[in-house]
Design a protein around this ligand. Structure first.
Ligand SMILES: [Zn+2]
Length: 389
């Protein structure tokens, strides 16, 4: 018989609401039952002392963290994942910035190796997110313009093959020639087509959505601003309920914008877009071969001043969503776990505290700071995981 364990005495955040004095029964890495009041008798009981219990976070957009640039080496990639796991992220997509195709091929191979290695105490890599190279020069932000390419089906095929089935998301500027023809190829490769780093007008955005795009990469950043006569990607995304990534660090968007996206799209996806500087503090870093300067937690290209990813962690994104943006903890939790899991089509496996899902949890204190991360029946150390932003 499989040993069961019960996490009890928690404020359990479920899709149906918060269970005060709730408990969650787990066995063999899965949630087997959820309830409130007296926990089942005769089980291995862990009292969480009234802490918040949320599903582990699913981050669709991670470049690095803890001083580790995921594209530097396989070991750095794994270490960046481990850093974010200590902040509550139990499933990670590794984001690869625009780079020469040969470099991307190599990095996609590293991601595939990590996925093949399977989930472990240091994290669970779901796959790769390509942030480029099929992006707009006009809206490239911190993507290195030297390596941007016009959409090219042969290049995409090479990249997808390099990922060995682990390429899960591709950001594309839909107004580029050939972009709409590329979207079916992205979907056929098993990846999500995301709209981002784009100068698209409203009609371009809708054409991409009709072609199968289901995600907006960091909505508001790297695209035309919302304008009442040319509403662009933002209005298209909000209007059709597209999954909308938001970097909720108080720098990339105002807290009111995060709240607006949550209310209008009902499909807010909190991401970090974290670079290696996350958890390190101010200093000089490199992203995609370009110098980055971090001051007061704000990462910008040294050359242009363009925002260059963030130093955010998912626990911080959730805390800000509740305390600064005024979202309920249920909505914030869905934006950090359930919604991104649905984007990847893994919401039947994770992203919610309900029977049958993976036993992956972030335990938060009264101030919504992560105190424990649990996945695969293993509790992860978080004592060094205080955020810097
Ligand atoms: Zn990014």
């Amino acid at each position: 018989m499989t040993a069961t364990r019960v996490l009890a005495g928690a404020r359990v955040v479920t899709p149906g609401g918060v269970l005060v004095d709730g408990w969650v029964e787990t066995a063999a890495g899965r949630i087997t039952d959820v309830g409130r009041g007296g926990p089942p008798a005769g089980t291995d009981l862990v009292d969480l002392g009234g802490a918040w219990l949320l599903p582990g976070f699913v981050d669709l957009h991670v470049h690095g963290g803890g001083g580790f640039d995921a594209t530097a080496s396989p070991a750095d990639m794994a270490a960046a994942v481990a850093f974010h796991r200590a902040h509550g992220t139990t499933r990670t997509l590794i984001s690869l910035v625009t780079a020469p195709v040969d470099s991307l091929v190599q990095q996609l191979g590293w991601v595939a190796d990590l996925v093949d290695a399977g989930p472990g105490p240091a994290g669970h890599v779901v796959g790769a997110h390509l942030e480029g190279p099929f992006l707009s020069h006009a809206r490239c932000g911190a993507q290195n313009p030297v390596h941007l390419l016009t959409p090219d089906r042969a290049v995409l095929a090479r990249l997808a093959a390099a990922g060995r089935g682990t390429l899960r998301s591709v950001t594309i500027a839909p107004e580029l020639p050939g972009a709409l023809d590329l979207i079916p190829d992205v979907l056929a490769a098993g990846a999500v087509a995301a709209i981002g780093h784009t100068d698209a007008v409203y009609a371009d955005a809708w054409a991409a959505i009709e072609a199968g795009a289901t995600l907006a990469t960091h909505l508001f950043n790297g695209m035309r601003p919302l304008h009442h006569r040319e509403p662009g990607v933002i209005a298209a995304a909000l209007g059709c309920g597209l999954a909308c990534e938001v970097i909720n660090d108080g720098v990339h968007v105002h807290p009111a914008i995060t709240a607006l996206v949550a209310r209008t799209s009902q499909n807010l996806v909190l991401v970090t877009d974290a670079i290696d500087a996350a958890g390190v503090g101010d200093g000089e870093f490199v992203l995609g071969g370009q110098d980055v300067r971090v001051r007061n937690g704000e990462a910008r290209l040294a050359a242009t001043g363009s925002l260059a990813g963030s130093t955010l962690t998912m626990d911080d994104a959730v805390r800000r969503a509740v305390l600064e943006c005024g979202l309920s903890i249920e909505v914030a939790s869905a934006a950090a776990s359930g919604n991104p899991a649905r984007v990847l089509g893994i919401d039947d496996q994770c992203g919610a505290i309900s029977a049958g899902r993976a036993a992956e949890f972030a335990v938060l204190d009264d101030d919504l700071r992560v105190v424990q991360v649990i996945a695969g029946g293993v509790a992860c150390e978080v004592q060094d995981a205080t955020t810097t932003t």
